[in-house]
Design a protein around this ligand. Structure first.
Ligand code: NDP
Length: 502
């Protein structure tokens, strides 16, 4: 903060003579309505809070840049990725998901990892998480899923029955649940975790060839996690630990960096692959699609003002640049609507004009006009319709995404490989986790699932068992459940298991 003397004004720039004593009738008399400075100050204060994000409410952010380190021009014509050494300014926001704006940074929860690239072709947002998969793969389930992570309608407390009832009725969640309850569910800080697009995206090149891709921002600080105990303690003693850690490390010149790696797949490979490569509950195994280094993300600038930049930052997977498109991933298809929609609710229809959201390297040149908080020249005296013959901006066909084929019957159908749901979480438990990681996972699950009623515990334990019998057995033992019942439930179809435990 600057200590130099300068004159205080009202919100309208009028000098203020006294900011300690309200205008009263007589020395200790009632306050007068004509104290316009008091009224202005109070009425603005009354409106200081904007709606908090329904998800990802608690977050921290920083600015920096992205630098290309490998030539990927054969895969995408995105200008910001066009040559090695090219740098693009970014703003990044990290967050927890389920808690309110004042909740603890150490909560067991996925972490948001959203990157805004201020490219010369407009803003490109990569809105990922620190997990490569998600709990559900159909957006119709999303509001229900989030309700179960929030507060009980009657008690207004978090509720283990809601949480596990939904997840055990939605077995596609098992992969993400396994990651969430591993120590990766409580990262030591925002600097010590990876960021994944989770979704499959499309890249297309100048010739119109396209590829399916997944983004992996790998932390150069190394993965560091908290144990369940450490996270619980920190939640009480220092609920803002990750927010402060990010700010202080940048302030001290210890800039966090991530290496961007891509997994890239041709349409032919996707066609013949053993599962649907747009299913967000699955990863692409590294062995089949080795990630390749393509760039570096560096955070070297703290926000001057938290509200102006971090709270008002608005990311959307719909913000794509030429060369990058979306895949048929059903969750992604819904997110391209929902993010924009929620920002309009939270920040108003002109949120793209707020400095942190403004396309600063490719100024807006559209026919959008008016609306609350239109704070620029609103298009001046230029035409506000298209087509026009007054030299208004015109579409440029060269930026169109190449046409792509769609086929099939319109229907409400499941993803086509549901039986694979247990393969990858099973591999994660068996092949990736060492004994200590497995112990922590099981302990973390037991400590949370023990808060649910027995029939829900049985249903969920059966799902762990389906992923791996040792995994399910250890959870069942820790909860004191009858292991034969768990095994029986695991061998049932989903419908039978639901009937037997409802
Ligand atoms: P690999 O052995 O090649 O990859 C295993 C990866 O697992 C590691 O590279 C690391 O990902 C990640 N990992 C390590 N510990 C944990 C943990 N406690 N929780 C979550 N992830 C962890 O095998 P595959 O590619 O065949 O994947 C095997 C399993 O690993 C998957 O089923 C999935 O659960 C998990 N995984 C896979 C990723 C992928 O994109 N293939 C990404 C992340 C997890 P990282 O290098 O990204 O840190």
């Amino acid at each position: 903060m600057d200590n130099k003397k300068n004159t205080l004004t009202t919100g309208f720039g009028i000098p203020v003579g006294n900011d300690q004593n309200s205008l009263t009738a007589g020395e200790n008399g009632p306050v007068l309505m004509q104290d316009v400075h008091l009224l202005d100050k109070l009425s603005h204060f009354d409106r200081e809070r904007i709606p908090e994000r329904v998800v990802h409410a608690k977050g921290a952010g920083a600015g920096g840049y992205f630098e290309v380190t490998s030539d990927v021009s054969k895969y995408t014509k995105a200008n910001f990725l066009s040559e090695v050494g090219k740098k693009t300014e970014v703003f990044v926001r990290f967050s927890t998901v389920g808690g309110e704006k004042g909740s603890a940074d150490a909560a067991r929860d996925p972490r948001g990892f959203a990157v805004k690239f201020y490219t010369e072709e407009g803003n490109y947002d990569m809105t990922g998480n620190n997990t490569p998969v998600f709990f559900i793969r159909d957006p119709l389930k999303f509001p229900d899923f989030i309700h179960t992570q929030k507060r009980h309608p009657a008690t207004n407390c978090k509720d283990a029955n809601m949480f596990w009832d939904f997840l055990s009725l939605t077995p596609e969640s098992i992969h993400q649940v396994t990651i969430l309850f591993s120590d990766r569910g409580t990262p030591a800080s925002y600097r010590h975790m990876n960021g994944y697009s989770s979704h499959t995206y499309k890249w297309y090149n100048e010739d119109g060839d396209y590829y399916w891709v997944k983004y992996h921002f790998k932390t150069d600080q190394g993965i560091k996690n908290l144990t369940g105990k450490e996270a619980e303690k920190l939640s009480g003693s220092d609920p803002d630990h990750a927010t402060r850690d990010l700010y202080e490390s940048i302030q001290n010149g210890d800039y966090p960096t991530w290496t961007l790696q891509m997994q890239i797949m041709t349409p032919e490979e996707a066609e013949n692959y053993r599962f649907d490569i747009t299913d967000i509950t699955k990863v692409w195994p590294h062995e089949d699609f080795p990630p390749i280094d393509i760039g570096k993300l560096v955070l070297n600038r703290n926000p001057e003002n938290y509200f102006a930049e971090v709270e008002q930052a608005a990311f959307s997977p719909a913000n794509l640049v030429p060369g990058i498109g979306i895949s048929p991933d059903k969750m992604l298809q819904a997110r391209v609507f929902s993010y924009h929609d929620t920002h309009i609710h939270r920040l108003g229809p002109n949120y793209n004009l707020i400095p942190v959201n403004r396309p600063k390297n490719s100024p807006e040149n559209s026919y959008q006009r008016d609306g609350f908080m239109r704070v620029d020249d609103n298009g001046g005296s230029g035409p506000n319709y298209w087509p026009n013959s007054f030299n208004g901006p015109e579409p440029n066909e060269s930026v169109l995404e190449p046409p792509f084929e769609v086929s099939g019957m319109a229907a409400r159908t499941e993803y086509t490989h549901p039986n694979d749901d247990f393969v990858q979480p099973g591999n994660l438990y068996r092949d990736v986790m060492d004994d200590e990681a497995k112990q922590h996972l099981v302990k973390n699950i037991i400590s949370h699932l023990s808060g649910a009623i027995e029939r829900i515990q049985l249903r969920q334990a059966a799902i762990f068992y389906k992923a791996d019998s040792d995994y399910g057995t250890k959870v069942a033992e820790g909860l004191g459940l009858d292991i034969n019942t768990v095994e029986e439930l695991a061998n049932m179809s989903h419908e039978e298991r639901v009937n037997a435990t409802s």
